[in-house]
Design a protein around this ligand. Structure first.
Ligand SMILES: [Zn+2]
Length: 301
């Protein structure tokens, strides 16, 4: 009997729902707009699950598992979500609410951790991998032998708040010079005030045109991403670092800059050269719902 699973990635603006079969084959996909506030998020999840189930022609109760990826601090045991600032709530018992609405158990996980699991399977990786999410914030999910490694208190991979510059910008977390202040969408938006809805693309455009401030911001983004790759390899010695998230859509233009930083470091350090960091980086394939597929796999646990 074939297993079928539902995965839902609830993002700040869009929600992505998928049905996957055995071997993580994508069978259905449906996207919708995410509601704002706790009850609107619950409604978004319920209708995304019902909709994608109906596309697959299977009642919701007929699926082998259902999983949700959502930004914020997630208690994987209770399905409770806290500090989901971009979704407009501070606390929500999402797992319990969905279970009472749908009559089936729903597993909930942090969106970056879910995407890590999805990318690991989509890229057919073995051994160990870190998924570096360059989005509004900066965080990583670590997968070892096909399983998420959360750490003792689910903090493993929260590298965005490692301070790297004692004279750097103050960070909303209360520290100064965190990686996230230079290598994230929110960090760049703070340094580059613009009407453009995509500040990072705007910075790259201005940098290409020779704007000095934009070139400096682009440079510190590349330094920050390179630092994140180095931190992930030096702390967890993951075989592969997969770059994903909204900023990864800059694709080669960003990766060329990051590889140049890593190559410069390797030229002055035999130790770093021996780690061969540039060849251990990958980018998530475009237009693949890694986070939603990962959420479906989370549900299988
Ligand atoms: Zn911070």
């Amino acid at each position: 009997v074939e297993l079928v699973r539902i995965g839902v990635d609830i993002g700040g603006t869009k929600t992505d729902a998928v049905v996957i079969g055995d071997e993580t084959v994508l069978m259905q996909r449906a996207r919708s707009v995410t509601g704002f506030g706790s009850q609107a998020v619950v409604e978004t999840a319920v209708s995304a699950i019902s909709h994608v189930a109906s596309l697959a022609g299977t009642p919701v109760a007929g699926f082998d598992s259902i999983g949700i990826g959502i930004p914020g601090m997630v208690d994987g045991h209770t399905g409770g979500v806290r500090h989901a600032v971009n979704l407009g709530f501070d606390a929500l018992e999402l797992g319990a609410e969905l279970q009472s609405r749908l009559g089936v158990r729903v597993q909930v996980e942090n969106d970056v951790k879910a995407a890590a699991l999805g990318a690991y399977h989509l890229l057919g990786l073995a051994s160990s991998m870190a998924y570096l999410n360059l989005g509004t914030g900066l965080a990583a999910g670590i997968v070892v032998d096909g399983e998420l490694w959360r750490g003792a208190r689910a903090t493993a991979g929260e590298i965005g708040h490692i301070p790297v510059d004692p004279n750097g910008l103050s960070c909303p977390c209360g520290q100064r010079g965190c990686l996230e202040t230079v290598a994230s969408g929110s960090g760049i938006a703070r340094q580059w005030p613009t009407e453009d809805p995509h500040p990072v693309r705007d910075v790259f455009r201005a940098a290409r045109a020779g704007d000095a401030a934009a070139m400096r911001i682009r440079g510190s983004l590349a330094d920050g991403v390179a630092s994140a790759v180095r931190i992930l390899v030096l702390t967890a010695d993951v075989e592969t670092v997969v770059i994903g998230g909204g900023l990864s859509h800059l694709g080669e233009e960003l990766m060329v800059e990051v590889r140049a930083v890593l190559t410069t470091w390797a030229e002055s350090s035999l130790f770093l050269a021996s780690l061969d960091l540039p060849s251990r980086m990958r980018v998530t394939p475009e237009n693949t719902p890694a986070a939603a597929i990962g959420a479906a796999l989370i549900g299988a646990v």
